[in-house]
Design a protein around this ligand. Structure first.
Ligand SMILES: [Zn+2]
Length: 110
């Protein structure tokens, strides 16, 4: 399962950076074009976090829209699937955003 290994690497990253922290809240930014299913990450999180510094932490996921620029007409617009076309009919799109998966914020207990 793809999301299980992604969730595992997010938890591993936080544990490596903050081995002594107690994390209250973590916010992930998941791009709509990343292929990562936010609900599956939520499902895996409690399981993976158990017994780590993230045990009991609240997981917030922000799904950010994809953005692309058309190489033909230079228009910029939102895309939410990988088969998007520009309004001008061109298929040559440069993806600007939407494929990322980032840890945006980690809130630790004082
Ligand atoms: Zn275009």
């Amino acid at each position: 399962m793809h999301e299980l290994s992604i969730t595992q690497s997010v938890v591993d990253t936080v544990c490596e950076r903050m081995p002594d922290a107690t994390v209250r809240r973590i916010r992930l930014d998941i791009g709509r074009l990343s292929g990562v299913v936010a609900d599956s990450v939520r499902f895996c999180f409690d399981l993976v976090a158990e017994g780590t510094v993230l045990d009991g932490a609240v997981l917030e996921i922000v799904e950010s829209p994809g953005r692309a620029r058309c190489r033909a007409c230079d228009a910029e617009f939102e895309v939410n699937d990988l088969l998007a076309l520009c309004g001008c009919g061109a298929q040559e799109l440069e993806l600007l955003a939407g494929q990322e998966l980032m840890i945006k914020e980690v809130e630790v207990a004082a």
